[in-house]
Design a binder for this molecule. Structure first.
Ligand code: ARG
Length: 400
């Protein structure tokens, strides 16, 4: 009796997930392994990946194009939440995991599988995101994570795979661990494990080195409707096209790189390099439009919600009741967040240079220092008397 009869395995085409196929069958007694590769716009060719799974012993090899749902249902809500983990990382990897979990669980139902499997190790965040998301969507499914238990080195993994006809990587595989999708690239390990080591230029693909960026600034205008980006330079764009075009535009000016030490959920600090041009600029622009269209108290209160939201997405709680409750708050705040933000891209900087909205709360005749000023200056005196009263009482008491 094996650990499960029929398993749906999250499949990327890499050595580790390929080795999972024979490993599940021969070591853990799984009868049938169905693989599922998600197209998240990572740019890999998926037909060879599909075939590789079959050659590695999968009974069925599925490929799902989920690009549109990825942007609409996962990235866009994160933009509305201005979600940046530890104030910097726009969660490109973290947002993909709950979507992959969802299609794994759906495939398990369709094919009558009793377990889900993935190739994550025991040290990262992704295992948590997969396991918790799958459990939330179907608590009856078993979750198998062979790489968490097999204890094989890189070399041993490759050797194990070769026994089952899985070719060792042809080109000398990258010294880094890279995860990529439409939202960006996450790069770690290798020489980057030394936090004082400067990332070499060759690790970047989506963002140009400043030395190679145009010598003229480029202006772009991003239009939002109820907090969702809908136009670029006045032209309506579907979600996937908008992200792709913005990645290209913004990255070509060297904007979108992040080098940070981050706190993983499992307690480890890790050094991460990210490239995420579109997401960074969209969050920057969205936040700016909020300052034009939201009242001060909603804006300030939302900051705390955003912080919590970013943490729970990072920590694998996408399908949790707290996340759903925060979503409801955020959605309510977005009703009037419509308008246009104008940015200047130049030499590694994206600078907001203008914004306008039909819902603007900016009141020129109150803000102006010119002759049109409508603000009642005398009213300020009484306001300050009341506002400062507790401080005055406290100060008097303390003098005695
Ligand atoms: N630390 C990031 C996260 O947890 C990215 C991890 C991506 N994986 C990788 N192989 N680089 O979301």
């Amino acid at each position: 009796m094996g650990r499960a009869k029929k398993v749906v395995l999250a499949y990327s085409g890499g050595v580790d997930t390929s080795v999972c196929i024979p490993y599940l069958k021969h070591e853990w007694g799984v009868e049938e392994v169905i693989t599922l590769a998600a197209d998240l716009g990572q740019g890999d060719e998926l037909e060879p990946i599909r075939e590789k799974a079959l050659k590695s012993g999968a009974s069925e090899s599925l490929v799902a194009d989920v690009k549109e749902s990825f942007i609409k249902d996962y990235a866009f809500p994160a933009i509305q939440a201005n979600a940046l983990y530890e104030n910097r990382y726009p969660l490109g990897t973290a947002l993909a995991r709950p979507l992959i979990a969802k299609i794994l669980v759906e495939a398990a139902a369709k094919y009558g599988a009793d377990a889900i499997a993935h190739g994550c190790t025991g040290k990262g965040n992704d295992q948590v995101r997969f396991d918790v998301s799958c459990t939330a969507l179907n608590p009856n499914l078993k979750i198998l994570a062979p790489a968490r238990e097999w204890g094989m080195s890189r070399e041993a993994t490759i050797a194990y795979g070769e026994k089952f006809g899985i070719p060792s990587p042809v080109k000398k595989s990258s010294p880094y661990s890279i995860d990529k999708n439409l939202l960006g690239r996450s790069i770690e390990a290798g020489a980057l494990e030394d936090p004082k080591f400067e990332p070499p230029e060759e690790i970047y693909e989506m963002t140009k080195a400043i030395a190679d960026t145009p010598n003229e600034p480029e202006y772009i205008e991003i239009g939002f409707t109820q907090g969702l980006p809908t136009t670029l330079n006045g032209i309506p764009k579907d979600p996937v096209a908008l992200i792709q075009e913005l990645n290209q535009l913004v990255g070509s000016h060297g904007v979108g790189r992040i080098d940070m030490i981050e706190n993983r959920l499992v307690g480890i600090k890790s050094r991460e390099i990210y490239e995420s041009p579109a997401m960074l600029v969209l969050i920057q622009a969205h936040r700016d439009l909020e300052s034009l269209t939201l009242t001060a108290d909603v804006s300030h209160y939302k900051r705390g919600i955003e912080e919590t939201y970013s943490q729970i997405v990072y920590n694998g709680l996408w399908y949790s009741p707290l996340k759903a409750a925060l979503d409801a708050f955020i959605q309510k705040t977005q009703e009037r967040v419509s308008g246009i933000v104008r940015l200047k891209l130049f030499k590694g900087n994206a600078t907001i240079v203008g914004r306008w909205s039909d819902n603007s709360l900016y009141t020129p005749d109150l803000a102006t220092y010119g002759a049109e000023d409508q603000f009642d200056h005398k009213a300020a005196e009484g306001f300050i008397y009341v506002w400062g009263l507790p401080t005055r009482i406290w100060a008097q008491q303390n003098r005695e």
